[in-house]
Design a protein around this ligand. Structure first.
Ligand SMILES: Cc1c2[nH]c(c1CCC(=O)O)Cc1[nH]c(c(CCC(=O)O)c1C)Cc1[nH]c(c(CCC(=O)O)c1C)Cc1[nH]c(c(C)c1CCC(=O)O)C2
Length: 342
């Protein structure tokens, strides 16, 4: 049995107190993050600077004593490694050159040709294995193919993933080939993170919820299952967290269909419902609404205790239902941890 709390929960153990970490725990709500990002110059320079990326990964561990650290990087580094241009517009978000037809696809690099550009990320992981406290687990991550494809097709974030849905229906061959390329690159990328020292990996499918009918199975479940199977073949026993955000009632049975030890639950479903219908399949992670980190107060404590109680009869990792936002108050994170650990 592993002795780090996060790995024990992922292995299926019901613990008296759930391990806790937060999505986007390294980020703009922390003054020390803003200072290090300024030192790096910009967000992408920070992602590709192993010394500073390791530093911002460690900042929330030092400040809050979380049970897990998540590698500081971004899901959009994979499209960039595949050959797309990537930049961030302050206050707006990511911009990428796009893939909208066979010619764009032909210009992309192969899944094995990503490592030279991503080498600094692997170096960040190696540094973290040396500098993290013994009891803190290190999580590697990547975007799931559908979510990454939505950014590669639209060239930016979109409210309804319209451009990706459009390509899927007008040029299925290009869409499927793009999904295949991302899937294979993601296997290589995550595998390299594990070789560098990541102890578990998380797949972020932030836009899975917009896949309807059979598309959910074809473009969210099947690619995730393929990535998980390939990783486990190479790294037996590797624990995986899947985050098909917005899956709603389709969370039921997903542990088994994806082959993941843990389902990250967003706050679109209640903890009570997820405890009854999803937790029987394995560990669950979640699912406090991120707004509580802004508003705090008694509601934060009550809701946190209710979630801990709802999930207390099975394996649980405490987290938010989505990333902590830049306007969050770090003091509320202290209150949250106190409410979880009692
Ligand atoms: C969709 C997505 C992205 N990136 C990610 C997702 C999936 C999870 C989700 O749904 O939130 C995942 C991600 N992004 C980042 C991490 C690092 C680890 C962590 O602390 O969780 C992780 C796991 C750093 C980041 N990635 C980004 C920041 C903010 C950049 C800054 O410092 O200005 C951070 C800390 C930028 C980013 N990166 C992305 C967007 C849309 C944006 C802009 C929006 C925003 O600014 O919050 C793409």
């Amino acid at each position: 049995m592993p002795n780090k709390l996060l790995l024990r929960a992922l292995a299926g153990e019901t613990l008296p107190t759930p391990p806790i970490w937060l999505m986007r725990q390294a980020g703009r709500y922390l003054p020390e993050y803003r200072a290090t990002r300024a030192q790096a110059g910009d967000f992408l320079s920070l992602c590709y600077n192993p010394e500073l990326a390791a530093e911002v990964t460690l900042q929330p561990i030092r400040r809050f004593g979380f049970d897990a650290a998540i590698l500081f990087a971004d899901i959009l580094l994979v499209p960039q490694a595949l050959g797309l241009d990537l930049w961030f517009v302050t206050g707006e978000g990511p911009r990428l050159s796009t893939v909208t037809g066979p010619d764009d696809l032909a210009r992309l690099r192969g899944p094995d040709d990503i490592h030279d550009r991503l080498a600094p990320v692997y170096e960040t992981v190696r540094r973290l294995t040396e500098s993290l406290p013994r009891e803190v687990a290190l999580i590697g991550f990547a975007g799931a193919p559908w979510t990454v494809a939505t950014y590669m097709i639209a060239g930016r974030g979109t409210p309804d993933q319209g451009p990706a849905h459009a390509l899927k229906s007008t040029d299925r061959a290009t869409f499927d080939a793009l999904m295949e390329r991302i899937t294979l690159a993601t296997i290589e990328y995550l595998s390299a993170q594990v070789e560098a020292g990541a102890e578990c990996v998380k797949l972020f499918d932030s836009w899975a919820g917009s896949l309807e009918g059979d598309d959910f199975e074809t473009y969210a479940v099947a690619p995730a299952a393929r990535i998980v199977a390939a990783l486990k073949a190479r790294h037996p026993g590797l624990p995986v967290i899947a985050f098909p955000r917005g899956a709603d009632s389709r969370y039921v049975g997903l542990h088994e269909r994806i082959g993941a030890e843990c389902m990250a639950i967003d706050n679109g479903v209640s903890a009570r419902w997820a405890a009854e219908h999803v937790q029987p399949g394995g560990c669950v992670q979640g699912n406090l609404a991120p707004t509580h980190m802004v508003t705090g107060g008694a509601a934060l404590v009550e809701e946190t205790r209710a979630i801990v109680e709802a999930f207390s009869r099975g394996p649980h990792v405490f987290n938010l239902g989505h990333g902590i936002t830049p306007d969050a108050d770090p003091d509320n994170v202290h209150r949250l941890i106190e409410a979880v650990r009692g």
